[in-house]
Design a protein around this ligand. Sequence first.
Ligand code: FAD
Ligand code: EPU
Length: 276
Amino acid sequence: MKIERLPLARLTTLGVGGEAEVWTVETLADLQKATQAPYRVLGNGSNLLVSDAGVPERVIRLGGEFAQWDPSLQGWIGAAVLIPNLLQAAARLGLSGLEGLFGIPAQVGGAVRMNAGTRFGEMAEALAWVEVFHQGRLQVYAPQELGFGYRRSALPEGGIVTRVRLKLTPSSPQAVRARMRMVDAARKGQPKKKSAGCAFKNPPGDSAGRLIDAAGLKGSRIGQAMISLEHGNFLVNLGGATAAEMYALVRRVQAVLPLEVEWEIWGEIVPQEVQG
Ligand code: FAD
Ligand code: EPU
């Protein structure tokens, strides 16, 4: 186990956030120790806006045995495994069920917690079992017990996903790859700049990106934080943006549109208006 103070900007795709004490755990015994004081769990940091002051809690990062997986996808898959690696294996093996997650830069644990997905499919649909560490014990849940919905799950409070079993359907590598290409094509309008994916949830039957676009907010900028010109629901870091700037941009959108934030916000953030 490794304990170090690290800037969370380095561990998140948005590239924003101050320092925290990061506990990289490798075994269940490590996890027992790390959870003896207030903590948060970090996946691949692809849905997080972290305060410039960092967070006071321990940040638990899963490594070691939690990054192991059965490459046939028939057995247990560690929560720290990256979704893109699973998709690559599924394509090679011709196993269908994960194609809707193409292009999502999550870890398995983060994808379960957020029920990551697209209109072509979401994480919950591909799960057979989810093992969760909670209050010092491991428990295995069926997906129906975990309250999955649109970008939502109801894991027990403080529960840490440790590994999962998948439920995939035999198909062919060609068919699986064809579906992945279709999902990839639907993402073509998304920007390549630093982001945490879509900032807001879609309201029922509509797209937050379309609404932000129609409101004339694309290109809106506060300091180094900008609403992407390519897709209205991507709030991007042009380089060196602060959490205060990113959050001020969120508030600027919410002043015009009643949208719910999809990002997880870690720590206290005071929005700061900066001319730019
Ligand atoms: P993190 O961002 O690190 O954490 C997110 C939440 O999960 C936090 O609450 C964290 O505590 C919790 N968590 C992480 N690991 C665990 C664990 N092991 N046990 C319990 N809780 C855990 N999302 C979509 O749904 N669809 C998309 O199409 C999509 N496209 C994206 C495109 C880009 C370019 C980017 C940057 C992001 C995109 N996202 C998308 C958002 C993001 O990838 C998802 O929300 C993803 O599920 C986050 O996973 P993560 O591992 O990065 O989790
Ligand atoms: N649109 C605009 N202007 C924009 C953006 C979109 O007019 O600036 C229009 C598009 O032309 C399209 C419609 O809005 O007609 C929907 O857009 P898109 O297909 O891009 O889908 P979305 O609803 O904006 C959702 C998810 C994405 C996911 C894509 C993949 C949410 C909040 N967003 O976006 O998920 O990648 O579908 O199909 O559910 C995420 O959750 O982080 C995320 C990126």
